[in-house]
Structure formats: C-alpha cells, structure tokens
Design a binder for this molecule. Structure first.
Ligand SMILES: NC(=O)c1ccc[n+]([C@@H]2O[C@H](COP(=O)([O-])OP(=O)(O)OC[C@H]3O[C@@H](n4cnc5c(N)ncnc54)[C@H](O)[C@@H]3O)[C@@H](O)[C@H]2O)c1
Length: 268
C-alpha cells in the first residue's frame, strides 16, 4: 500500500475528475489520487496529453479531451466520467493559462476575455456540471486553483488576477450554498511552484527566478507535489468540516509584509 493510500484510505475507489490534469499541478494531483486508489478522469485541452497521462496511470483511469471554457465540452467531460463510473466524488479545477504581462493600455480585450473564460467561467461551469451528481450523492469535494495573484496586486496581470480573485470568492459562495448538503468547495492558492507553466514564464523573461526566491520566506520555489498534497487533504474526509476556504501553499509568500527581502540565504 502506498503512503498516500495509508494516509487517506477513504479515497480508495472514489471518482476524481481533474481539469488541466495532463501537466503540472493537475498531473501531480492525478498521480497522487491514483496512488491513493482513486479512479481518475484526466481532462485536458490537449487530447493526446490527457490520453497519455491516463494511460500512464493505468487501465482504471480515463483520459478526456475538452475546453473548460466551452459549456458543451464541460458537459461532455462530466457525462463521460459519470457514464464510466456512475458517480463523481471529487473535482479539481487545474486548467489554466498565464496572463500576457503586457502594460494595460496595450492589452487586448479578447485575451482578457479568454483568460476570464478559462479560469473563472471554466471553474464555474465545471462546478455547476458536477454539482447535481454530488448533491444527489449527499457527498462531494471540489478543489479550485486560486493563486497569490488572486489575493495580492501583481501589476499587468489584470485578467489572471481578477479571474483568480473571482475563483476565491466563488469558492466561498459555493461552499456556503452546498455545505449542508455534504458538498465542500475549497481552493489552494499556490505561490511560485516549478511547473511547465512557471518554467515558461522564466524562459520568456517574464519571471525572475532569483527575485522570486528572495521574496519567498522559504527561499525556494514550491513543487507540484506540494500542491497535490494540499489538494488531497482538502478532498479527503480529514477536511470534512472545512469549506469555502482558500489555503495558501506558498512558502510564506503571502505572509511576508516587510520592505526587505524575505530570504537572505544562499541562492544556488
Ligand atoms: N505553477 C504555478 O506556479 C502556479 C501558481 C499559482 C496558480 N497556478 C494555477 O494552477 C493551475 C495549474 O497550473 P500549472 O502550473 O499546473 O500549469 P500547466 O501549464 O503545467 O498545466 C495547465 C494545464 O491546463 C491545460 N489547459 C489550458 N487551458 C485549458 C482549457 N481551456 N481547458 C482544459 N485544459 C486547459 C493545459 O493544456 C495544461 O495541461 C492554473 O490554474 C494556474 O493558474 C499555478
């Protein structure tokens, strides 16, 4: 038995749908749920990557292609998971793309809308589509992906930050709406985690890795596994009385308020 299966025996056999499950934080979460004995639907815009990841997890799992910003795709992905297993216990909303980082006056409104569509409307539509199944079961857990950008002001990241802040509030509103019916809705707010998403920003010169480390009390980037560990906890029965919260997983980033660097140790 894996360590995670030992920690969360209740996850054995539960049905988990993860959007953005073919990469980064979603992929790490998918692998942890699978190691805990859950049955995982890996949903992603990139069809081949979703199928490959599901195949990597094994024959108990399912790969699904779809765009979370498209209501028809959302319905098809949820229906496919329910058709395969007859239930849905956990939804993790990991699908996402980064902002353009352009000065506001140069930003393209279509790009703004696309970001809000994917992050905020996508999370909303996925929650709305799984809810009837979870409410009928009298049990379910949803974990959304917020960000430090949804709480702190990061210049030039209007769409991403506004969408993430919206996800934070929707986590509260849905958590309140469904609490008495056994469906919990929580979020994690990652700081800077090393994934293909953040690596691309570093490679494109949009993120200074050394500055990030200086600004983070822990002095380092987090890993996708740090997020997967928090996602599993919030989805597990150990979090039974926790709903409507956003849990920072950021090495102390949001706790830091002084004008100086948060970390003055060595940078390798
Ligand atoms: N990595 C970080 O440091 C960090 C920090 C804060 C928040 N987040 C958030 O965590 C989530 C996951 O980020 P990640 O680092 O794993 O990114 P990633 O790029 O590694 O993975 C994102 C996945 O989402 C998929 N995707 C993109 N648009 C989609 C769509 N419209 N429909 C379905 N799938 C789609 C991509 O194909 C990809 O597989 C995102 O919401 C991101 O905003 C990440």
């Amino acid at each position: 038995m894996s360590e995670v299966a030992h920690t969360y025996p209740e996850l054995q056999g539960r049905v988990v749908l993860i959007t953005g499950g073919a990469s980064g934080l979603g992929q790490a979460s998918a692998r942890s749920f699978a190691a805990a004995g859950a049955r995982v639907a890996v949903a992603d815009l990139r069809r081949d990557a979703a199928l490959d990841e599901a195949a990597h997890l094994g024959s108990d799992h399912l790969g699904l292609a779809g765009d979370v910003a498209d209501e028809g795709d959302v319905r098809r992905m949820v229906d496919a998971a329910v058709a395969r297993w007859g239930r849905l216990d956990v939804l993790v909303n990991c699908a996402g793309i980064p902002d353009t980082f352009q000065p506001t006056v140069e930003q393209d409104v279509a790009a703004f809308r696309r970001l809000v569509d994917i992050h905020l409307c996508g999370t909303y539509m996925m929650c709305k589509a799984v809810a009837p199944h979870m409410l009928a079961q009298g049990r379910g857990a949803i974990v959304n992906l917020n960000s430090i950008a949804g709480v702190l002001g990061l210049a030039r990241r209007n769409a991403y930050s506004a969408a993430k802040a919206g996800i934070g509030m929707m986590t509260r509103t849905l958590g309140c709406e469904w609490a008495a019916q056994g469906v919990r809705v929580n979020a994690v707010a990652p700081g800077y985690m090393l994934t293909p998403f953040s690596q691309r920003l570093i490679d494109e010169g949009k993120l200074d890795a050394q500055r990030v480390r200086r600004r983070t009390p822990a002095g380092r980037f987090g890993t996708a596994q740090h997020i997967a560990d928090a996602v599993l906890f919030l989805a597990s029965d150990r979090a039974e009385f926790i709903t409507g919260v956003t849990l920072p997983v950021d090495g102390g980033y949001m706790a830091w308020g002084a004008a100086s660097d948060a970390y003055d140790g060595p940078l390798d």
